[in-house]
Ligand binder design. Structure first.
Ligand code: DOR
Length: 459
């Protein structure tokens, strides 16, 4: 018999309290540990955690066999809107998110066109109000031509960060030279998110691979030194300017070791893909469906990423959800489009890693809820605690389920994890007190809101 905690925090004493929603009797992944409790929701916020047997609610969800996690954020998605609706839209990408147990996403700016101006950001914020199933934050892209605008752009509401592509990838965003990178860093003060690969080394090495060959050459072209050199350059500039940096998708053992000495200026993201797949096996099995930037590397790097999860080097995990058409993924390398879908499979796959004993549910909540809130400064998110947004990911750790492409909501229709058997599955997604997904069914209409961030939040 599990012990139920006796404490209860309610606004009304001595009378029957009423909630909009009660999550009953779940194993709650609280910031201070995992406890069996009820969670009461009122007006979209967590109003009580404890024993609510004597309380009433308009809706009750029986969580007796479930874990109640704080709403999980995917801080790294490319929703491709505006772009090619046959591949992805904001509506389909956020539908995928809530089907996969994600309550908020932070969306990258390398759309077509890229989001680099206030006018484009305004458009996207307005558009999101009608097209997003989950809450959503926005990156603004840095380019050499908009450096003078970045100070104002980073202080626009709902901007999670300025994103810098210091090495080229999909789209036209690129700031590769030290003088421009330093100017970007000196433009403002919030933490900047970087795609860290050294552009000069990428371009130097490109002709060596012009003749093409097997997909595994992707990791030789964009080699360990491309990423490591990119990160060393960024760290030198971050220290020089004092500007905080978030290094996205850190993919090498070398960078993970190095970044431990830069915790004063640097935070660290790793990707599910780099924790799960390794070369040459992934390239031989998946061909173009293993190609991404920075590349999937050999097992040594995957093992280092797990050690960095265990010792706290890693602050957040992202999916780097980056859909492309099947046609673009099946082009012979090096013409293969780089990027893998992932927002819908991030939570199931991470739960499977939990079941395999690679991390705890508490650490997962730290990486996908508290971590993004701490690094980007989102307000009211990332913590299963009274007064915070009533965002929850309900998880059945006893479920055993195979990832199937027929389940994928993104119109491109593929996942590199097809056929993977997951032990643990997200069975419901609750955003600000409203269930938006239960048992594979998306409920209601898109009602996601832009995420507020502390630096720009007006009360
Ligand atoms: O593989 C990638 N794909 N890496 C990136 O940095 C961008 C992304 C995309 O947008 O396709």
């Amino acid at each position: 018999m599990r012990q139920r905690p006796q404490f209860v925090f309610c606004h009304t004493r001595g009378r029957m309290t009423h909630f909009d929603l009660i999550l009953k009797n779940g194993r709650c992944v609280l910031p201070w540990g995992v406890e069996t409790a009820d969670v009461g929701v009122r007006d979209g916020k967590i109003a009580a955690i404890g024993d609510l047997r004597t309380s009433e609610a308009a809706e009750t969800i029986d969580c007796a066999h479930l874990h109640v996690m704080p709403g999980l954020t995917d801080p790294h998605v490319h929703l491709r809107d505006p772009g090619d609706p046959a591949v992805e839209t904001m509506e389909t990408g956020t539908r995928a998110a809530v089907l996969g147990g994600i309550t908020a996403v932070f969306d990258m700016p390398n759309t077509a066109p890229s989001i680099t101006s206030k006018a484009q950001l305004d458009w996207k914020r307005g558009y999101a109000a009608e097209h997003s199933w989950c809450d959503i934050g926005f990156y603004v892209g840095a380019g050499k031509s908009n450096i003078p605008d970045l100070a104002a752009l980073e202080l626009e509401p709902n901007v999670c960060a300025v994103k810098v592509f210091a090495g080229s990838s999909t789209g036209d965003l690129l700031v590769e030279d030290d003088a421009s990178l330093e100017a970007v860093m000196r433009s403002g003060r919030r933490r900047i998110a970087y795609h860290s690969e050294d552009e000069y080394r990428l371009q130097e090495r490109k002709p060596l691979y012009a003749a093409g060959g097997p997909h595994r050459l992707h990791a030789e072209w964009r080699d360990v030194e491309c990423a490591f050199l990119g990160t060393r350059r960024l760290m030198a500039l971050a220290r020089k300017t004092g500007r905080p940096a978030h290094i996205l998708h850190v993919s090498t053992e070398e960078e993970l070791g190095y970044l431990r000495d830069f915790r004063d200026v640097a935070s660290v993201e790793v990707l599910l893909n780099h924790l799960t797949q390794y070369g040459p096996e992934a390239y031989d099995r998946l061909g173009g469906y293993a190609v991404m930037n920075p590349p999937i590397r050999d097992k040594r790097h995957m093992e280092a990423a797990w050690r960095a999860i265990a010792d706290g080097t890693v602050d957040t995990i992202g999916s780097d959800h980056a859909p492309h058409s099947r046609e673009a993924k099946e082009r012979p390398w090096p013409a293969t489009a780089a990027g893998l879908t992932g927002v819908q499979t991030l939570v199931p796959m991470m739960l499977d890693h939990v079941s395999a004993g690679r991390l705890s549910l508490s650490r997962l909540a730290d990486l996908l809820a508290a971590g993004p809130a701490r690094i980007y400064g989102s307000v009211g998110k990332g913590r299963l605690a009274a007064g915070y947004d009533a965002d929850f990911t309900l998880v059945d750790m006893g479920a055993v389920r195979t990832i199937e492409e027929s389940w994928i909501a993104s119109p491109c229709g593929w996942t590199p994890f097809a056929g993977h058997v997951c032990h643990g599955w997200p069975v419901a997604t609750v955003v600000r007190g409203k269930a938006v997904m239960r048992e594979d069914t998306v409920l209601g209409a898109p009602a996601g809101r832009p995420v507020p961030f502390a630096e720009t939040h007006r009360v």
